[in-house]
Design a protein around this ligand. Structure first.
Ligand code: GLP
Length: 241
C-alpha cells in the first residue's frame, strides 16, 4: 500500500477522478467499482466533467456499486443507488446493461449477492475500486469483526454506521442491514484506492494506516493490497506525520 497526501479535498478529488479517466482511456471495457457517500462526491462530478469535455467513451465499462442499505428504495435520496444514478450513471448515460447495483429492496438478497459475485468473476475481477472509510473503519459495509474471506454478503450494521448513516437521509430512517461487496473483492481488485478527507477522519485514517492489520478495523486490510493506495487530504492525513 502507498500513501498519498493531497493539499485539500479538491486536489484529492481531482487525483481520484484522473484515476477513473486514465483507466477508461486505457481500457474502455474496464470494470469500475465506486463507493457512494460524501467522500467520492466531487470525484464523480470531476470525472463526469472530464469524460464529457474530453469525449471519453464510458459506454463499454462495467459499473459496480459498492454497497446499499437493505430496505431503502432506489429513489430515496439517501440510497447509494440514488447517489450513483444522479452523480455518475445518468450524467454519463451509462447503458442499463453495463450497470450493476445491489437492490436493497430485493426479496431475495442472497440471489443479489450471488449474482454480483458471478458477474465480477465472469468479468475477470475489478480493475479499479475506489472506497471511502466509515468512522468505525468500515469499507463498504464491511463492519468491524467481518471476515476478510467474504465476497458479497448481507451484514448487520454497526451502531456507528446506523447513527452516522442518518446524514444521508432527509428524515430519521431505520437502518439495520447493508448489502456489500466483500473485502475479498477489494483485495482481488487490480487497483484499490481508499479515499478520505476532513479532520473527522484523521484518527480512523491513522489507525487504518498504522495499526496492526485486524478485522476489528477492516480498513487496515488496505495495508496488504499489492496495488493499494490510501489517498487523503492534509486534514485526514494530519495524524500520519
Ligand atoms: C458509508 C458507506 C461507505 C462509505 C462510508 C464513508 O456508510 N457504506 O461505502 O464509503 O460509509 O462515507 P462518507 O464518505 O459519507 O464519509
Amino acid at each position: 500500500m502507498q500513501l498519498k497526501i493531497f493539499k485539500d479535498y479538491a486536489a484529492l478529488s481531482a487525483a481520484a477522478a484522473s484515476e477513473i479517466i486514465d483507466l477508461v482511456k486505457n481500457k474502455p471495457n474496464a470494470v469500475l467499482c465506486l463507493a457512494s457517500g460524501e467522500t467520492p462526491k466531487l470525484t464523480c462530478i470531476l470525472a463526469v466533467e472530464r469524460a464529457i469535455n474530453e469525449k471519453i467513451d464510458f459506454s463499454n465499462i462495467t459499473f459496480i456499486g459498492l454497497d446499499e442499505w437493505v430496505g431503502i428504495p432506489p429513489d430515496n435520496d439517501g440510497s447509494c443507488h440514488h447517489f450513483f444514478d444522479t452523480l455518475f450513471i445518468r450524467p454519463l448515460n451509462l447503458p442499463d446493461s453495463q450497470v450493476h447495483l445491489f437492490d436493497g429492496l430485493s426479496g431475495n438478497l442472497q440471489q443479489e449477492v450471488k449474482a454480483m459475485d458471478e458477474l465480477i468473476a465472469k468479468k475477470g475481477g475489478i480493475d479499479l475500486v475506489i472506497v471511502g472509510i466509515g468512522m468505525n473503519g468500515h469499507i463498504g459495509f464491511n463492519e468491524p469483526g467481518v471476515s476478510f474471506d467474504l465476497y458479497s454478503h448481507v451484514i448487520d450494521l454497526d451502531e456507528i454506521t446506523v447513527t452516522g448513516g442518518q446524514k444521508y437521509f432527509k428524515q430519521a430512517t431505520v437502518l439495520k442491514q447493508g448489502i456489500t461487496l466483500g473485502l475479498k473483492h477489494l483485495m482481488e481488485s487490480k487497483k484499490a484506492i481508499l479515499m478520505a478527507n476532513s479532520s473527522k477522519k484523521a484518527e480512523v485514517i491513522r489507525k487504518a494506516v498504522k495499526d496492526k492489520v485486524s478485522n476489528e478495523l477492516p480498513a487496515t486490510i488496505m495495508q496488504q493490497h499489492k496495488n493499494g493506495f490510501v489517498m487523503v487530504d492534509e486534514d485526514a492525513g494530519s495524524l500520519l506525520k
